[in-house]
Write a protein that binds this ligand. Structure first.
Ligand SMILES: [Zn+2]
Length: 271
């Protein structure tokens, strides 16, 4: 016996044209403003109408299989494919991933820097929400204060968290993961600067911007020395752990705007 069907759902009307979704995303995320390391938007073309979307941090093989299992029409991620300087040959893991998307008519939509930077749904904005950080407003009050040559760092304060140890404990509790900590635990916190993902290379920009502590996803060997020699606290909170939230917020916004079923699938990653 057929189950009762929801009227007006995308399932009944045959789905939302892909181009409408892409247009809305390009507009909302101001994609044209970014010079990025990979194409933003549609990376692999699948079926023309979309009803179900699976979102995730990275378009790895496990996420594609989860999307296929859920009969998704599209996969929406922060880390897509076709990165600059990548081996362009379609062999090995790349062949398997691309083969799966093509065989199942899956669209792959990816948004990298535009999703880091969005003032509400972006990874930096969402990490602040999850950790309880209070972003500083830009001098013109037109948005958050950003630092660094590309404006990818956010600055603010950590209300109620007096020390580096207290902030590290908050990170551990909210992200469910032991952070990497460099610095004196009792160090008092002033300005907190953060950037999700692998932004350890921007730590000097954070220090130049007055950071007492810098939070990002990953660390490199020199990160420790830079932190120690400048007296700046450093928290490596996990690349995946810090970038789980932007794509979820974007997926929720999509589901509010279009008749779509959107499901986030977390493919755990300890890095
Ligand atoms: Zn990333």
């Amino acid at each position: 016996m057929p189950s009762p069907r929801k009227p007006e759902s995308a399932i009944d009307v045959g789905g939302v044209p892909r181009e409408r979704i892409l247009g809305w995303l390009a507009d909302q995320l101001k994609v044209a403003r970014f010079r990025d390391y990979a194409p933003n938007g549609l990376q692999v073309e699948g079926r023309a109408e979309i009803r179900r979307i699976v979102t995730g941090v990275t378009a790895c093989e496990a996420l594609l299989r989860a999307a296929i299992e859920r009969d998704a029409d599209a996969v929406l991620v922060h880390h897509g494919w076709f990165w600059r300087n990548e081996d362009p040959r379609i062999i090995g893991t790349r062949r398997r991933r691309i083969g799966l998307a093509l065989a199942h008519d899956l669209n792959l939509l990816a948004y990298h820097l535009p999703l880091d930077a969005h003032p509400v749904w972006g990874n930096n904005a969402q990490l602040a929400r999850v950790l309880g950080l209070l972003p500083d407003a830009a001098p013109d009050e037109g948005g958050p204060l950003t630092l660094g040559s590309e404006g990818l760092l956010w600055a603010g304060t950590a209300p109620g968290l007096p020390t580096l140890a207290a902030l590290a404990a908050r990170v551990r509790e909210r992200l469910g993961r032991e952070p990497l900590l460099v610095g004196e635990p009792d160090m008092p916190l002033g300005r907190v600067v953060w950037c999700t993902g692998a932004a350890q290379g921007m730590m000097q920009d954070a220090i130049d911007g007055g950071a007492t502590v810098y939070i990002t996803g990953e660390a490199s060997e020199p990160t420790t020395h830079l932190a120690r020699e400048t007296g700046t606290g450093f928290i490596g909170a996990g690349h995946h752990a810090t970038e789980r939230y932007g794509v979820q917020a974007l997926g929720q916004a999509l589901a509010e705007h279009f008749p779509l079923e959107v499901t986030f699938v977390d493919i755990d990653n300890p890095v």
